[in-house]
Design a protein around this ligand. Structure first.
Ligand code: TEU
Ligand code: CA
Length: 562
């Protein structure tokens, strides 16, 4: 393999996403907060985490859970104060943990001062911070459908103008063509980096470049609209904005950045990430894309092991040795990985460990999401009213309009809702899973009684204990090099539901193998091996064979002959 990459400090690390509202409530108001994160830093360190991304904690009206920011320079009081934040930075530093904030700069909140001023005078200075356009023939300026449903254009009362919002109408898009807007944003990014942040996770960034004149596209639904991402796919020139963002902000601080990138042109990969790229890295969403529906959650194809495995293997083969992506099985926008990527009969602790084994040792940066390490699962709600998420309510509506019954539409939400990942973190078997002493802002998954951190910390065979071993192995002195930079090569692809690959270099060859099938499997190794990790007693090496029961997973170092 030609090795075209410069090594970076973060390549051998492990990262973890915190959804602060649901992580740990320190003061009993039912909402997770910064002091709650501070309380749990030792826990994260013990798990093997080096980098933490915290979803937005800025001042917000919470129409989209903090992804609608009304003041970029303030911490929302629900999460605490700027002093709490500074303390978090100090405490993290003591433990050698790097903190990333969430950078939401495609849009802000309609309650942001800029937008309030813009609404008062759309032709004035602040009007130019957003996109205000005249309607066409009494209709919206273009036929785009927003990500959360309905037109991307909201009429401004008393005028013939509309403003643009790719997400909710309370999230007006910022006009990146306006130099003043870019300067304001760069100033803000520098201000946070000056505080000692390691960097940012960058939200929805592909949406910042808009096509001049907002051309209509062929409608793709019965509403006569077309998904706004069509425009994102067509428009050219985003690289100029991203290059400037890097020069004016990230590069000055040598910041680490992980971008949420959808709809990138394949040939632009190297412009986007890596040493010369706009960002340090981006998430690999290949697996997630392979599970997505054409019209909405309701028409997503069901779980298919082979399609899923192929998506991951194809991505791995493409990226290894060239670019270093961040690997996830879930995040705050997705259902739980343990409920999505495992067959029914594998939806248990052994299955969760098996999924962990296959995912954590891939080429790239392992990026966990809170609760993944204890195998948290989707949470069934009784009624659509129990869901808080704006996207879930929209997708429920889409499913109903497509003819699904209430029960069927609820089942779709159970499989796909973003709230599946947003239920409170399960710390213990005490009331409210030890998340809060008050009333949690969102329902706690009833399975917390069995599935919680406290119980799993005491259990040598728990999912949590297994994750600790897995991360320790990945970073071990003897194996860190091969798991970070070793070649990736799939194996046993013809042997049914086996997910298996090698990580190897000149010195070592490690086989990762997991049996997603219902029946026991035997893999012919053709050489002797040493078991480095296994998720069940019945996983074993027998001469040159690896025996894997259903849901068995193993990490085996293959030993040179003689
Ligand atoms: O998500 C951006 C994005 O592309 C979403 O459309 C995503 O695909 C959707 O949530 C799937 O249901 C980011 C954030 O991660 C998300 O939480 C925010 O709601 C969104 O941006 C707006 O800021
Ligand atoms: Ca609180």
């Amino acid at each position: 393999m030609v090795f075209g990459m410069k090594k970076q400090w973060w390549h051998g690390k492990a990262a973890y996403q915190i959804y602060p509202k649901s992580f740990r409530d320190s003061n009993g108001d039912g909402i997770g907060d910064i002091r709650g994160i501070i309380e749990k830093l030792d826990y994260l360190k013990g798990l093997g985490i080096d980098i933490i991304w915290i979803s937005p904690i800025y001042q917000s009206p919470f129409v989209d859970q903090g992804y609608d920011i009304s003041d970029y320079y303030e911490i929302d009081p629900a999460f605490g104060t700027m002093d709490d934040f500074d303390e978090l930075m100090r405490e993290a530093k003591k433990r050698d943990i790097h903190i990333l904030m969430d950078l939401v700069i495609n849009h802000c909140s309609d309650k942001h001062e800029w937008f309030q001023k813009a609404l008062a005078d759309p032709q004035g200075e602040y009007g130019g911070y957003f996109y205000f356009e005249k309607g066409k023939d009494g209709k919206a300026p273009s036929n785009y459908r927003s990500y959360f449903g309905g037109s991307t254009w909201e009429p401004v009362p008393g005028t013939d103008l509309y403003y643009l919002h790719f997400f909710a109408k309370e999230q007006p898009d910022l006009n990146w063509e306006n130099k003043k807007v870019r300067e304001e944003l760069f100033r803000m990014v520098n201000w946070w980096l000056d505080k000692g942040l390691a960097g940012f996770r960058i939200d929805a960034i592909m949406n910042i470049k808009k096509e001049a004149g907002f051309p209509d596209y062929e409608p793709d639904g019965s509403d006569g609209l077309v998904r706004c991402s069509r425009m994102v796919e067509e428009v050219k020139g985003i690289g100029e904005f991203l290059g400037e963002l890097k020069r004016e902000a990230f590069a000055k601080h040598d910041a680490f950045t992980v971008a949420e990138v959808f709809n990138m042109r394949k040939e632009e990969l190297k412009e986007f990430i890596g040493e010369e790229g706009h960002f340090s890295t981006m998430f690999d969403f290949a697996a997630l894309d392979a599970m997505a529906g054409g019209h909405g959650w309701y028409d997503a194809p069901g779980y298919d092991f082979f399609r899923w495995r192929k998506a991951i293997f194809d991505a791995q083969k493409k990226y290894q040795g060239e670019v270093f992506l961040a690997n996830i099985i879930e995040n705050h926008d997705e259902p739980r990985g343990a409920s999505t990527y495992l067959p029914d009969y594998a939806q248990n602790d052994e299955g969760a460990k098996m999924l962990a084994t296959t995912s954590i040792l891939l080429w790239g940066l392992p990026f966990l999401y809170q609760g993944q390490e204890i195998g948290m699962t989707n949470c069934r709600m009784k009624d659509i009213e129990d869901y808080d998420d704006i996207d879930t309510r929209n997708q429920y509506q889409i499913a109903r309009e497509a003819g699904l019954s209430k029960e069927e539409a609820l089942q779709v939400c159970y499989k796909h809702s973003r709230d599946n990942a947003r239920t409170p973190m399960q710390w213990s078997g005490e009331a409210n899973a030890g998340f809060t002493t008050g009333r949690p802002w969102m329902k706690v998954n009833p399975n917390y009684a069995e599935k919680n951190v406290e119980a799993q910390e005491k259990d040598a065979f728990s999912v949590l204990t297994y994750y600790k071993k897995l991360l320790a192995l990945r970073k071990a002195e003897k194996y860190g090099e091969v798991f970070t930079y070793g070649d990736f090569r799939p194996d046993y692809e013809g042997e049914g539901m086996i997910f298996s690959y090698h990580r190897s270099n000149e010195k070592q060859d490690v086989l990762i193998a997991a049996n997603f099938g219902r029946e026991r499997a035997e893999l012919e190794l053709g050489q002797q091996g040493e078991m480095l990790l296994q998720n069940q007693d019945t996983v074993s090496l027998d001469g040159g064979k690896l025996i894997l029961p259903s849901c068995g997973a193993a990490v085996v170092e293959l030993l040179p002959e003689g």
